[in-house]
Design a protein around this ligand. Structure first.
Ligand code: CIR
Length: 268
């Protein structure tokens, strides 16, 4: 039997994605290693959408938004819990408008829409288990935002845990991803902080830290391609690994979790 389990943190009926805009060449990045190629990015994105569909997810693919170079990273302006969207307040000024721009789609496709009232929170700083919402404080997510988020997640029966993201990491989930409701993949650096408590932690293999931003979807683990030793480690642990190219997304500090809002309708 393969690992993967079931539960609201790893089982999804629906997802929302957005096609990369041509303006993604101007996407934010901590270090300039060259601009992504927009056509190649769209190719990687199409393969990502196809992988979600192959895992049984019904995917809504939104049109590109040229005004927002980073809008392909649809995870950051919203969080969906039990089918209900929470419109967040992204911490990068160039991304703030993505939240309002995404709202109509959330109204159309989710079971309800709530709003974060204050502060800043990026979805990339949020990792949900079945019973806990872990939020990493970062350059994009502040205490005021987390305080505003706390009563919203409580409505859905989640406890909220605040985590200090190491300062050199963009988002908390840049260096971790949920594999099963009680198991994470994490870099040794993030695991060493002790933030995962009694969860089972599988570490990325040294030199393959960029593999950490994996996602679990209906019994499959989507893993960034080009990290063979970590893929092997996961397969040996019983996970069904699907490797997906993220070369273009990585040039603008993006990965697998960022490119979809995954959720369930109808009480999975
Ligand atoms: C940014 O800096 O906001 C984008 N270039 C990358 C966002 C990646 N999102 C994520 O990790 N959730």
């Amino acid at each position: 039997m393969s690992a993967g389990g079931a539960g609201r943190s790893v089982s999804f009926t629906h997802a929302i994605c957005r096609v990369p805009a041509s303006s993604v060449v101007d996407g934010l990045r901590a270090e300039d290693r060259g601009a992504p190629d927009a056509d190649a990015f769209r190719g990687e994105h199409a393969a990502y959408v196809a992988a979600l569909e192959a895992a049984g997810v019904s995917v809504t693919v939104l049109d590109p938004m040229e005004d927002f170079p980073d809008s392909v990273f649809v995870e950051d302006p919203a969080l969906v819990l039990d089918g209900v969207a929470i419109v967040l307040r992204p911490g990068a000024p160039s991304r703030a408008g993505e939240a309002a721009a995404l709202r109509p789609a959330l109204e159309r496709h989710c079971a309800g829409v709530l709003d974060l009232g204050a502060g800043f929170v990026d979805g990339g700083d949020i990792l949900c288990t079945d019973d806990r919402v872990m939020v990493g404080l970062s350059a994009r997510t502040d205490r005021e935002g987390v305080a505003a988020l706390a009563p919203l997640v409580a409505r859905f029966g989640y406890a909220l845990q605040i985590v200090d993201t190491p300062p050199e990491i963009l988002h908390f989930k840049t260096e971790c991803g949920l594999l099963e409701p009680d198991t994470v993949l994490a870099t040794p650096r993030l695991a060493a902080t002790g933030c995962f408590g009694d969860m089972r932690v599988i570490e990325t293999v040294p030199g393959e830290e960029a593999a950490a931003n994996a996602i679990a979807v209906n019994g499959r683990i989507f893993l960034s391609a080009g990290h063979p030793a970590t893929a092997e480690r996961l397969r040996k642990a019983g996970f069904a690994v699907v490797e997906l190219a993220t070369r273009q997304a990585a040039l603008v500090d993006g990965g697998l979790s960022c490119m979809s809002l995954r959720y369930s309708l109808g009480g999975v």
